[in-house]
Design a protein around this ligand. Sequence first.
Ligand code: ZN
Length: 380
Amino acid sequence: MSEAFIVSARKYRPQRFDEVVGQEATTQTLKNAIRNKQLAHSFLFTGSRGIGKTTIARIFAKTINCKELQADGEACNQCDACLSFNRNASFNIIELDAASKNSVDDIRDLIEQVQYAPQNAEYKVFIIDEVHMLSPSAFNAFLKTLEEPPSYAKFILATTEKHKILPTILSRCQIYDFKRISIEDIQKHLKKIADKESIEADDNSLNLIAQKADGGLRDALSMFDRLVSMNGQKLEYTTVVKSLNILDHVVYFQFIEQIVNEKSDGVLLQLNEVLSNGFDLEVFLSGLAEHIRHLWVAKKETTLSLLEFNAEVKSQFVAQSKELDEAYMLNLLQIISECEVQMKTTRNRRLAVELALLKMCYTKKLMQTSWTELGEKKKI
Ligand SMILES: [Zn+2]
């Protein structure tokens, strides 16, 4: 494996708005604003981690200073301003990571930089990452600058926790809510990188990485890197499942199959196998709940689109969902959530999970009995 490959997040960092994965609405609005020269003074980028906030902030800073702005609102990536941005050598972009630097002194250093006009460019861009971590006094010191900035200064504040931002700051910013990136988009992006790096990786493996990343592209890329450095140029599904410590769908399909067929011995044996493979009880339970949620969604044509899997796995969910009606699924979920509560207090957590599985095996019978009882009562 080539050493240069190690950090694909950095190597494949987008240079143009168009290359950003999964944030089309935001990039389109920003491009329009740049083309029409209708730029706000301050922006707030919000959304979970690793979904492109700083990346887009940097592209924005470069693009508004590009000397050969393209008709579509993209930077040329060729003029001296663009090139110095791409080399991280521009003096017209200043970044502060408030997660590590959040004191009044840190923000004063930044405010001082605001006084100096940009060098050989129209704008100077200040990016404050994790802005919610600024101390209250740092926030206050910053507020004045934000209220009356010089015309060349642009502020981009990024945060994962919008609710922690003071209303006085919010009201001064144009707000962009970044979307969680879809599993399909992440998977496609990984595929592109795999092809470029001549790495063999099947769709199921990439889908699994994308799922585990839960909407964060950066996490997906670092997982991908780790897997490649562990397993070489070929990623195989079974090794990916193992390395990522994921309980595969296959396992849950089997569990549900046994529950539906009331095979109480089977579920206990299978649980034992799961635990001896090193998975813990919480991971197992929450995975089982998620599996039932997927079945629920797969049951109706209208909600099927919420299921983010490839066609093959989707059809497996659709097939299994036919074996369970909604009341039954609700009962199973109820048992899981009761068990999760119980696990916080009980000493024998394994027994709690085993009991829950046994209850699930007898749920059908219990439901039938209660319906019969209800019928009897009605008769009376
Ligand atoms: Zn340029």
